[in-house]
Design a protein around this ligand. Structure first.
Ligand code: UDP
Length: 238
């Protein structure tokens, strides 16, 4: 079997080490809830508006409010400028983020309403969907939206034969055996430790997959601590 060429991360991070994180809540005082979450050079800002009556009326649900997520990357967030406006990728990320957050948000007390979550990425160095989910969960809590529990999210994966957490863009683009690295965004709920979202891009064996999920759960414990600390500090940013 060929030797593993990625035994040491170029950034000198340990294989299970998340990039340095920064989290702040209440960064947009005019919104109902807001937060920023950063990991390394990746930055996500989330703003929550609502609950408010949903229009047009035929979209309303008399049993519950609905959650609507809009994710977008700013044109200057990466080196080769991104065309502004929605695209297939941003539509997909908005949808999966909505699913992940909907599993913990309880809008049954707000029939016929909508809660809008806007996620913007001013700087992207991989892991933007998970950073966006971390920011959005804090912004929802900040807005006082009822949540059964929090969620924390991390990207895990495989580079050559090494299992790693929180791949950055350079690692995301590394090739092995003629294929790209494997990237698995995972969202974990804070109390029940359920997986609220899992996507898989690339190839991985079942035992390795199980190991990466354990790594994701451990990282999410650390991320949750950062999120909760930011929520405790909330008054200081307002
Ligand atoms: N990216 C880019 N241009 C694009 C989309 C993505 O340069 O149009 C970069 C950006 O740094 C992003 C990374 O590729 O963070 C990985 O993108 P992916 O679709 O895997 O989602 P993410 O890891 O950001 O959730």
């Amino acid at each position: 079997m060929a030797e593993n060429i990625y035994t040491k991360r170029y950034s000198e991070r340990a294989m299970d080490e998340v990039r340095p994180m920064i989290a702040k809540v209440g960064v947009v005082p005019s919104a109902d809830g807001s937060a920023i979450f950063e990991t390394g050079k990746t930055k996500a800002i989330a703003v929550v508006r609502g609950p408010r009556t949903l229009h047009p009326q035929h979209m309303q649900n008399a049993q519950t409010g609905i959650l609507r997520v809009n994710y977008g990357m700013m044109p200057f967030s990466v080196e080769d400028r991104i065309r502004p406006g929605p695209n297939r990728r941003s539509e997909e990320i908005s949808k999966v983020t909505e699913w992940a957050l909907s599993s913990v948000v309880d809008l049954s007390g707000f029939p016929n309403t909508v809660v809008d979550v806007f996620i913007q990425i001013p700087q992207a160095d991989a892991g933007t969907r998970v950073a966006g989910i971390n920011a959005a969960a804090m912004a929802l809590a900040h807005a006082g939206i009822p949540m059964k529990e929090m969620v924390s999210a991390i990207g895990v994966g495989k580079i050559d034969k090494s299992l790693v957490v929180d791949l950055d863009k350079y690692e995301d683009s590394l090739f092995h055996d003629g294929e790209g690295s494997t990237d698995i965004p995972v969202v974990v709920t804070s109390r029940t430790k359920e997986i609220a979202l899992l996507q898989l891009d690339g190839k991985i064996s079942i035992p390795e997959f199980k190991e990466t999920i354990e790594m994701a759960k451990k990282s999410c414990e650390k991320i949750l601590e950062v999120q909760m600390n930011a929520l405790k500090e909330v008054g200081k940013n307002e």
